[in-house]
Ligand binder design. Structure first.
Ligand SMILES: [Cu+2]
Length: 158
């Protein structure tokens, strides 16, 4: 890839000047990582609580676990691809409070379509949605690949 070869070229140049170690350090810090010292399971930035929801195949049942949860506006829900994937998180536009769609559209990374999260294909892959500023009420959602198999749930924002 172009960027890789550029980096490799730069590293070679620096190595020629005896700066190989420095270049390696720089490429590490340049990676788009979380700020150092931020634990993975910490409270969400902004002070909201994180809630974990598993996406799993339990016997022959595809499900969100828990399938219903109550959170506060400002909380974050992290969906985990545990088994039976790929899964995703899609919200029914007509089953969320007024004004909720705009908040979710802004809060959901990599939507395939409005209110439709990307397919999680990686084992233990996660998808985070912040409910910062979300109106109170019920947000009903489903997994696109497994909707017909009953994989859906509800988040209540208090
Ligand atoms: Cu699914």
């Amino acid at each position: 890839m172009r960027v890789t070869s550029m980096v490799a070229g730069l590293a070679l140049l620096l190595a020629a000047c005896g700066g190989e170690k420095k270049a390696a350090n720089e490429s590490t810090t340049a990676a788009p990582e979380q700020p150092a010292g931020a634990p993975a399971a910490a409270p969400a930035a902004g002070g909201g609580t994180n809630h974990d929801v598993m996406m799993e195949l339990d016997g022959s049942n595809y499900k969100f676990n828990p399938s219903e949860l109550t959170i506060k506006a400002g909380d974050v829900v992290t969906f985990h691809n545990k088994s039976g994937g790929p899964h995703n998180v899609s919200f029914w536009a007509d089953s969320i409070p007024a004004g909720g769609a705009d908040k979710l559209k802004a809060a959901m990374p990599d939507q395939m379509a409005p209110l439709e999260g990307p397919l999680l294909t990686e084992q233990d892959g996660t998808y985070k949605i912040s409910f910062a500023g979300a109106p109170t009420g019920d947000y009903k959602f489903y997994c696109l690949p497994h909707l017909a198999l009953g994989m859906h749930g509800k988040i209540t924002v208090q």
